[in-house]
Design a binder for this molecule. Sequence first.
Ligand code: ASP
Ligand code: MG
Length: 411
Amino acid sequence: MALIVQKYGGSSVADADKIRRVAQRIAATKEKGNRVVVVVSAMGNTTNNLIRLAQQITSEPDERELDVLLSTGELVSCTLMAMALRALWYDAVSLTGAQAGIQTDNSHSRGRIARVDPQRILREIDAGKIVIVAGFQGMTSGSTLEADTTTLGRGGSDTTAVALAIALKADACEIYTDVEGVYTADPRLVPEAVKLKEIGYEEMLELASYGSKVMHNRAVELGEAYNMPILVASSFLEAPGTLIHGGVPMEIRNKVRGIAQDLNVAKITVLGIPDKPGVAAQIFQPLADGGISVDTIVQNASINNLADLTFTVARTDLAKALRVVEPVAKSLGAREVASDSRLGKVSIVGTGMQNTPGYAARMFTTLFKEDINIQLITTAEIRITCIVDEALVPKAVRALHKAFELDKLAV
Ligand code: ASP
Ligand code: MG
């Protein structure tokens, strides 16, 4: 009997009708003779609404309390799903992340899974039950005297599903969502975007980390580390999705595979800082201590021993980052701190660009022809990212999709 882990996203369980429809699909999977474990996200916009509610109480909600609050979203959907299955005469049981054995580190709102103890799930499936697990949450280690609920970061239910699939040695890990799979670009932006039949872990990881909303990047990272293939498919249609795995044939790899965009970008520039050892450390250490992740960093060559340092952070972290950087910049004798929050990132991704010249030039020429000014550039082995004005991002994505002939990609 195969063991299948399925995950259904928030839009797939957004109301009672949708929950009933998903329950039918889960029942059909069980009917085929499989053992089934299902992970669900919170219904529709529940998580956003809970965050908004907390912010109506206080602008800086306590992170421990916030995690418990947010974890309730998934409890609602997983209990309702178990009820929907029981109404169809299937034996189903809902479990919290903690009951499912998801143990995390102590970092609230971005908990990392330390280990999974699948005993309880195994006992339930051995008893013939369909197990429905609340995604996006775990519990810190320790006795009940000290253990606390954590959440895994926005979009974290994907990571719950992949972690469970690995711990249970599942035969398949299937992520069901409101899109039909992974596309060469966001189809809402580029109507000619092509659905990929398969994509390698590394490429998917770059796309997910640079703005593709299809999957949580840490889920892809886990899949790669434990070589667990992940299917992304539609929860509404019976259509073949995209398989993320490690065995994509060479010829398919030898190309640009996708374009991602991210509008959650802000830039901070510290102007006129004395150019001497330790300055960068003094600026970035407090940012790291504050849990703010910094992405692109550029420092120009100094003139008269004064340098400018530019870096990007998530737009949602800008206010916090400025609160950290401004006093440090002042104490270092910098002239000014400037910021811009209306930026976006556009990235091309593909293993084909590794050690092959010409991709960067083609990207820059394409943007130039569209009269798009590039503000910052970063490159990785299989990715090139340009930071541009946020308003120009859609135009940039469309032009790059055409320039790299992704509409003609043989998937
Ligand atoms: N409900 C959580 C969120 O909205 C987790 C998830 O959907 O994966 O981020
Ligand atoms: Mg998601």
